[in-house]
Design a protein around this ligand. Structure first.
Ligand code: CA
Length: 209
């Protein structure tokens, strides 16, 4: 199946350049130069991936992403201006899959597109047929509470009870910022009297596993 990519970018030269490269790589491409139309296309079209510029007429890219994420999990790569660190953080917080800083080498963009599409095809095609109904996912990470089972890229990871509860809480609240206090309340219980840095310690354990 051919991957369809939507380019939302108002700088016609850049959009056209990306379009030609993507077509050359065998993708189907649609492009659009303003945020409002881009959002409609992204919501309505059957796209495998969206390239989304931030500085756009109509709606800016972050607003397009925020609205899009209410009813679509289509992969999104943000195109950001150099040094716009806040835009990158905001984009990732709002559910962008990746970002690339302009000006970029086309090879880098193509590599990121392949990576995001591969991650996505793992979700779609490689979910085991016997996957439990309660399975939570984030990238290649899966967690099933009923089976008390965590896997990364299909390989099981052994977690302690507390680590499991912490990861479960994070996955249930995916894309929501949780403070240390809230995590303490949810995972350790509100009567927990110890240090809040216990959260940092367990996050570290989780990351290393
Ligand atoms: Ca722009």
């Amino acid at each position: 199946m051919t991957n369809r990519i939507l380019i939302i970018e108002d700088e016609e030269k850049i959009a056209r350049f990306i379009e030609l490269e993507l077509i050359h790589e065998g993708y189907e491409v649609e492009k659009c130069g303003d945020g409002r139309t881009g959002l409609e296309l992204a919501e309505g079209g059957d796209f495998s991936l969206v390239l989304l510029d931030i500085m756009l007429p109509g709606l800016n890219g972050l607003e397009v992403l925020r609205r899009l994420r209410k009813n679509s999990d289509v992969p999104v790569i943000m195109l950001t201006a150099r040094d716009a660190v806040m835009d990158k953080v905001a984009g990732l917080d709002q559910g962008a899959d990746d970002y690339i800083t302009k000006p970029f080498a086309i090879e880098e963009l193509l590599a990121r597109i392949r990576l995001v599409l591969r991650r996505r095809s793992y979700h779609v095609h490689e979910a085991p047929a016997d996957a439990p109904a309660d399975m939570l996912r984030c990238g290649e990470l899966t967690l099933s509470e009923s089976r008390h089972e965590v896997k990364y890229a299909g390989n099981e990871i052994e977690l302690t009870g507390r680590e499991f509860d912490l990861l479960n809480t994070l996955l249930i609240n995916k894309n929501i910022v949780l403070s240390r206090d809230r995590l303490l309340g949810k995972v350790w219980g509100y009567d927990y009297m110890g240090e809040t840095n216990v959260v940092d310690v367990y996050i570290r354990y989780l990351r290393s596993k």
